[in-house]
Design a protein around this ligand. Structure first.
Ligand code: ADP
Ligand code: MG
Length: 481
């Protein structure tokens, strides 16, 4: 294996979150009763005609702009002819010769660095229905709800070199789709799947080897297994002097192996031709400019801002940019506090776990941003200890979202005392009660300050501001009472 470099190009299918299907008004939602989203167009009744869904075009342009693609102002739909058991028309409407977007690149993070994966093109198409082979022992069943649901297919150049990089690309694509609001990118629900094209070449060589294509991987775990298995299989063939034959493969999760579906010899001729039922898509510059002006800040842009402007670690920036809503919350919080690191910790350690535990979104989080900022301010001003803030006060705020954090801290008896007179009185008391320790301290055993701090905290019932208290103790011990 060590003599070879793995080279991978992806074809990613992204199911769009439009309300209706690509070419008719049927509901495009996931999870409904089988065959309940099947009007006459989905069923290909004779005489029915497809009609373009504007949202699909809009979403395609949005993704293309985010990835820096060239948008083809004129693009066109083609028919891909094939025996589709779960697409009643007998052909898929897709884009072959004139796709909506070409070129562009997707930034992915590999190890410590960002790198670009070139995009070959992005085209619009429709999904097929779903054949179900494991419910009825004697028959295959078909659910046509998915037939006609809009997809984007993103085809990369062969720019990926490991399963880890494929993972980074797919994770990044899911994240981007969510930022753009065009798809939830959930692989478990089939909203995102990929075909993996994989070849090997001698290390150092620039030439591409012959490739195989593993079809329709619907989880990253399977994709990793499939890539691992396939790279090993190809390496063994090459090592024994045998050629790689161009093949389409299927991955079997049960065995962890790839199996041939078809070879080059029986490659399909899809007889692509322009769909006569759909006129070319003609986009105006104004339409493109409108989409461009509405693009949100993109994940890699926020990542750069979080690490440079806010000084966060790569790890924290990665966590805070995963979901667009969480990134947005962090940005808002940083409008109200200058302690960016504390803001990051608060969201990562307190808000995010609460959201996960309650399976809630940021919009369901009960505490307003300004109250979160005030919580950080209370700790920074030594009014509340960090541990009291993280534990009692944070939970108290969730239970009483209408109370100001300061008032709540008072009510919960969490305010630290930094009043000089009061603290001095306590410090004198503590030193006076422990004259021997005070003497030893003065003779040089400075570690005893910990003992006096403990006594002081006890005497104040845990509420002395530790910083102010410590300063006073040191002063009084040094100078003598
Ligand atoms: P086809 O026309 O057979 O579909 P393409 O040239 O369009 O093939 O490529 C499809 C996908 O395969 C792209 O993602 C591309 O990057 C990838 N690919 C092409 N050649 C190789 C190769 N030698 N090794 C790995 N991936 C490849
Ligand atoms: Mg394809």
């Amino acid at each position: 294996m060590s003599n070879y470099e793995t080279v991978i190009g992806l074809e990613v299918h992204l199911q769009l979150s439009t309300r209706s299907k690509a070419f008719c008004g049927d509901d495009a939602g996931f999870g409904a009763a089988p065959n309940s989203h099947v009007g006459v167009v989905s069923l290909a009744h004779p005489g029915t005609l497809p009609r373009l869904n504007e949202a699909q075009v809009r979403y395609a342009v949005r993704l293309g702009l985010a990835l820096g693609c060239k948008i083809n102002l004129e693009n066109r739909f083609d028919r891909k002819n094939y025996f589709y058991t779960d697409l009643p028309k007998g052909y898929q409407i897709t884009q072959d010769a004139m796709p909506v977007c070409v070129g562009g690149a997707m930034p992915i993070r590999v190890g410590e660095r960002w790198r670009e994966v070139r995009i070959h093109h992005i085209h619009m198409e429709e999904d097929a229905g779903k054949s179900i082979h494991d419910v009825d022992p004697d028959n295959s069943l078909v659910d046509l709800n998915r037939a006609g649901v809009p997809l984007l297919e993103i085809v990369t150049e062969p720019d990926l070199y490991s399963a880890g990089e494929v993972d980074a690309f797919m994770t990044g694509m899911r994240q981007l789709a969510r930022y753009l609001g065009i798809s939830d990118g959930n692989m478990q629900e089939g909203s995102m799947r990929c075909d993996v094209n994989i070849s090997l070449r001698k290390k150092g060589s620039r030439e591409l080897g012959e490739r195989c294509e593993i079809k329709n991987l619907n989880s990253m775990r399977f994709a990793r297994q499939a890539i691992g298995f396939e790279a090993k299989r190809q390496a063994e063939l090459l090592d024994s002097g045998k050629p790689i034959r161009k093949q389409t493969l299927k991955f079997d999760p049960a065995s962890g192996k790839t199996h041939p579906l078809r070879g080059k010899e029986d490659a399909h001729d899809y007889r692509y031709f322009p769909d006569p039922d759909l006129p070319p898509v003609v986009l105006t510059k104004k339409f493109i400019a409108g989409e461009k002006s509405r693009l949100p800040a993109l994940p890699w842009q926020l990542y750069a801002q979080f690490t440079s402007e806010f000084g966060l670690s790569d790890y924290d920036a990665g966590l805070l940019t995963q979901e667009p809503d969480v990134a947005g919350l962090y940005l808002k919080l940083c409008d109200s506090t200058k302690n960016y690191k504390a803001a990051a910790n608060l969201i990562i350690n307190k808000v995010n776990p609460w959201l996960n535990e309650h399976r809630a979104g940021v919009e369901d989080f009960p505490v307003p941003v300004n109250a979160l900022a005030e919580l950080i301010g209370l700790v920074d001003a030594n009014k509340v200890s960090a541990s009291a803030a993280n534990q009692q006060l944070f939970m108290g705020m969730i239970e009483n979202p209408d109370l100001q954090p300061l008032a709540l801290a008072e009510k919960l008896n969490l305010l630290q005392v930094s009043d000089e007179n009061y603290l001095e009185q306590l410090a004198r008391q503590v030193i006076g009660a422990n004259p021997e320790e005070a003497e030893i301290y003065r003779k040089g055993k400075k570690g005893l300050i910990g003992f006096f701090m403990g006594e002081l905290m006890k005497a104040s019932k845990g509420k002395a501001d530790p910083k102010a208290g410590r300063e006073l103790l040191v002063k009084l011990l040094e100078q003598g009472l």
